[in-house]
Design a protein. Structure first.
Lengths: 787, 175
């Protein structure tokens, strides 16, 4: 990747050598990067921890040693003569550290959390897909879909505001708008991706399910220009995707990155028909600039993401009778020939972001970090509009968020280290009234102030302990119109009468809703060695989160579902008590990891049918948000069997079970049992890798009954018909293959086939499962060129 | 020096808070513009009006009579500004179709009238219809306004496809 020419002067013939050893047990540290910062002198330590740098000019140098799983070591060295010395690094005390170098793939966000690092290879494999598809490869992570293009991750059975996506140091906004909104991220823009299952990410917020963290790579200071080009094609949908990235780094620590990406797909095809209006267009770009030196680092950047998404035509149902007919029909009610055109209904989302980051590293190895992020999300939904131009959206929301974080991290040389930080967030949501449709989410202002404290205690190599505490104050001020009839029907007239500002001539109340929430969360993590190769992790977390604006205020018709969705002003915080335990064996022929959890969530917020509302289109089901005590139990299992030198059998399995405590009824949208197995043959002639995989998804037998009746005219009579929106689809098994050919160090080609048997199936976690099958066989070609 | 930075940031935060709190304009009221809230059937000389939220009135027909009938759609969500949406339907005639279903207890034939508006497949969209009362009885008449029907030649609701914009059930008596 990096190529540079060292400039040697005449007297430059000195040698600096030694061993890199673990401070605690004197174990040699293999492949530690030993470098003089701001120079070209750098080597990796060998099997014995030994390193030798030759051809050094006399002078003062800043030595830096980086090693996977170690804290970065800094020291000033003065070279007058040949010098040999041993360097002791803190191998275990890196719990809170987050200084990443590209090679350090194994470095965890926290030593006592259950987490997964995504390799560059895996991220590249999903470069033409969605973030949720990528994280969905992990055991215990599933995908909630609305159609084929709106996808979001489910971790350990929970989703939405319970899963935090952190990018460039702050929370990615837009979950506030409800379930049918996908995160605005292009997989191509991801350098590093880490996923924490469970409660151990209090630094970032109150996430009951888990945290997905996306962060940039750090560059080695060298004069160089590098980058890559990526292109891919899917035969299904005739998708094409390309991206370019250029990085420029300088010896003095300066770096800049420019990236652009385009993706475009037409209608996808299920085995028997086209999924009309399932295409999309995505454009994204980012630019960042920064400088890293021994005692400070700054970074500034801007990114934009714009995606236009077609919504399956057949999902555009007008009333419950239409849903009944859609369910009753084996094929979608509208099937047109293949087209690349994205027509109504469609969504347009735009995400703009500006960020700035400043780090100060102190001599005692503590550091302080300032991070500011401004995000502007806009979401427009276009429907058929009678008597209006179709170019006037029926939903047009703009959400602006400012996030400011300050973090301080202590010196980590002792057995006790700590980290603390403060977060301030301001948010402004604006729904454009020009739509002429009642606002789904009202105008609101939201301010949040929060702080956290984390501490790690490492008495020995065998045992590590981390404790975290977080407090947030959350204030939402909304101005919302309610139809007086609705207001009274929901019983707001007593409790909230004093929030009414005025009554309008058309029978609406304008109300002022000032709501505040306080959240106190804490976590405790233990990591202990059970035997030489088996490691145990135990996590306890009490996590509290505020209700999101969609849970409080939603008010309107959900077109794709033909339901009316109502938030509830009375909704309060949700608190989870989660215990997870994990055992892992990370070496040897048979590696495995098992993770079990029990999560009791008090005042779990869910949305479900609460009655029927008669509007002119017909009798609609009303879905209301409510709270109940819920209980989740589950486990995930991963294994990797390396039974011959380059042959691996990998797989994972996950199971989750959830119920409402008061009535023992199942909870909606819980992922069914699933397991994946793959056989990988690596390094064939050192160039080719080949894998085949199988993915089994069971039938979810535990689901709440939300069926309702509608009258249908049949053979001259009106008959009551049940609209079965509850029964999950049948189990299915998918197979695929993947061939990767590494032409040389810079060019990589791959060929994949998904759903190779062209299986027709429907997915319980897809809200459009009523209308159409999932896509059929897909052949994917990819080219990756690095320079 | 660090304290300095922190205090600057705190100041900046406060400024932000104040700038946000000063925004106090009331949001504009939205009156839904495309909601159909009223359907009017003019059957012969009689007018039957359905308003959303209350039951549709009973339609009374005399056995053997033929009624020239027209249907009108209104947005009456703002009582001070009732909008006639029928013209919009007529303007987009090729994307709309009005479908009548009569329960088996009632003898009533509904056909497109010569003055009907022509839409998709060169067929009348049933804005103007002739109603012939062929037998005594009582039952229900379901009127659906369908948007973008996949076909307008079928005789069942399922065969027409499309999205239902309005569906109103009227009690009906032929005597």
């Amino acid at each position: 990747m990096l190529n540079s020419i060292a400039l040697f002067s005449q007297n430059c013939d000195l040698r600096y050598s030694g061993y890199v050893l673990d401070k605690y047990d004197n174990q040699p540290q293999v492949k530690a990067l030993v470098e003089f910062i701001e120079t070209d002198y750098q080597v990796l330590s060998d099997e014995d921890g030994n390193f030798v740098i030759d051809g050094i000019c006399p002078g003062e140098y800043n030595l830096k040693i980086t090693h996977p799983g170690c804290i970065d070591f800094f020291k000033k060295v003065s070279i007058e003569n040949n010098l040999s010395e041993n360097i002791f690094v803190n191998h275990r005390i890196n719990q809170l550290d987050e200084v990443f170098v590209e090679d350090l793939k194994q470095r965890k966000l926290s030593q006592t959390s259950i987490e997964k690092n995504f390799t560059q290879e895996l991220i590249q494999k999903f470069s033409s897909k969605n973030l949720a598809d990528l994280v969905g490869t992990i055991s215990g992570v599933s995908i909630l879909k609305t159609g084929t293009n709106v996808v979001k991750p489910i971790i350990n059975g929970v989703y939405g505001s319970r899963v935090l996506i952190v990018q460039d140091g702050s929370k990615l906004q837009d979950h506030e708008w409800g379930e049918d909104h996908a995160p605005s991220i292009d997989v191509n823009s991801i350098d590093r991706l880490q996923l924490i299952k469970g409660a151990m990410g209090l630094q970032y917020g109150n996430a009951i399910g888990g945290i997905i963290k996306i962060s940039p790579i750090e560059f080695i200071p060298k004069d160089t220009l590098f980058g890559g080009v990526f292109a891919s094609y899917h035969d299904n949908g005739k998708l094409n995707s390309s991206s370019v990235r250029i990085n420029k780094t300088k010896k003095n620590g300066f770096f800049t990155t420019l990236r652009m990406g385009l993706k475009s797909s037409g209608d996808l095809k299920s085995p028997d028909y086209f999924l009309t209006n399932s295409g999309y267009n995505e454009k994204s770009g980012s630019f960042s600039i920064g400088n890293k030196s021994l005692n400070r680092m700054w970074r500034l950047g801007y990114s934009i993401f714009r995606k236009e998404i077609g919504i399956l035509k057949a999902s555009h149902v007008g009333n419950p009778g239409d849903i009944f007919r859609a369910l009753d029909s084996d094929v979608p009610t509208i099937i047109n020939p293949y087209s690349r055109k994205i027509s109504h209904p469609r969504q347009l989302t735009t995400h703009n972001k500006v960020f700035g980051n400043y780090n100060l590293y102190f001599k005692n190895l503590s550091k302080i970090n300032f991070n500011y992020v401004y995000q502007k999300n806009r979401r427009e939904e276009f429907d058929f509009r009678l008597g209006l131009s179709d170019e006037i959206p029926s939903i047009d929301i703009t959400l602006q968020t400012h996030d400011l974080n300050i973090d301080y991290e202590s010196n980590k040389s002792g057995s006790l280290s700590w980290k603390t930080g403060l977060k301030v967030t301001f948010q402004d949501n604006y729904s454009d009234p020009e739509t002429g449709v009642k606002r789904l989410i009202p105008d609101y202002l939201r301010s949040e102030i929060g702080g956290y404290f984390l501490t790690a205690f490492v008495p020995s190599n065998l045992f590590q302990l981390e404790f975290g505490l977080r407090y947030d104050y959350d204030y939402i001020s909304a101005k919302k119109y309610y139809y007086i009839k609705t207001w009274e029907k929901r019983g707001y007239n007593n409790q909230f009468q004093n929030t009414i500002i005025k009554e309008t001539s058309s029978g609406q109340y304008l109300t002022q809703q000032d709501l505040s929430f306080q959240n106190l969360s804490s976590s405790l993590g233990l990591n202990f060695l059970i035997s030489e190769s088996i490691n145990g992790i135990l996590n306890f977390g009490i996590i509290s989160r505020s209700p999101s604006p969609s849970e409080l205020f939603s008010d309107g018709l959900h077109h794709g579902m033909a339901t009316i969705e109502n938030g509830d002003l009375r909704i309060k915080n949700e608190t989870a008590f989660k215990t997870s335990v994990s055992f892992e064996k990370n070496n040897g022929i048979f590696k495995w990891n098992i993770n079990g959890y029990i999560s009791n969530i008090n005042d779990y917020i869910l949305v479900e049918p609460s009655g029927i509302d008669q509007i002119s289109r017909g009798a609609f089901q009303v879905w209301s948000y409510r709270q109940t005590d819920a209980s989740f139990i589950g486990y995930d299992f991963d294994y990797s069997l390396n039974f011959k030198k380059n042959i691996y059998l990998n797989g994972n399995f996950s199971w989750v079970w959830a119920k409402e405590k008061s009535n023992n009824l199942p909870i909606i949208s819980i992922p069914p049992i699933n397991f994946k197995n793959s056989l990988l043959v690596d390094d064939i002639f050192e160039k080719i890798s080949f894998s085949i995989y199988q993915n089994y998804v069971g039938e979810q037998k535990r689901y709440p009954d939300n069926n309702f009746n509608t009258t249908i005219f049949e053979d001259g009579n009106f008959v009551d018909k049940q609209v079965d929106i509850s029964t999950p689809p049948k189990k299915y098994s998918l197979y695929g293959l993947s061939i990767n050919y590494k032409l040389n160090n810079s060019v990589n080609l791959s060929f994949d086939v998904e759903n190779i048997l062209n299986e027709s199936y429907r997915n319980y976690l897809n809200r459009f499962r009523y209308y159409a099958d999932e896509p059929g066989r897909t052949i994917i070609l990819k080219l990756n060129y690095k320079f | 020096m660090n304290k300095n930075i922190i205090s600057k940031i705190a100041l900046l935060s406060l400024l932000l808070i104040f700038s946000y709190c000063s925004k106090s304009d009331d949001p504009v009221e939205v009156n839904e513009v495309e909601a159909f809230t009223r359907v009017v059937l003019k059957v012969g000389g009689y007018t039957y009006t359905y308003n959303v939220g209350s039951p549709a009135p009973e339609i009374k027909l005399a056995f053997g009579e033929v009624y020239g009938t027209s249907i009108e759609f209104y947005d009456a969500s703002d009582p001070n500004d009732v909008e006639n949406m029928t013209l919009e339907v007529i303007e987009e005639a090729d994307e709309h179709y009005i479908f009548y279903e009569v329960s088996s207890g009632v003898g009533l034939n509904i056909t497109s009238n010569s003055s009907d508006v022509i839409g998709a497949e060169s067929k009348g969209i049933n804005i103007n219809t002739d109603w012939t009362a062929t037998d005594n009885g009582s039952g229900t008449l379901r009127v659906s306004l369908i948007h973008q029907p996949t076909s307008v030649s079928g005789t069942t609701r399922a065969s027409l496809g499309g999205e239902t914009d309005i569906e109103v059930d009227w009690p009906i008596v032929v005597a």
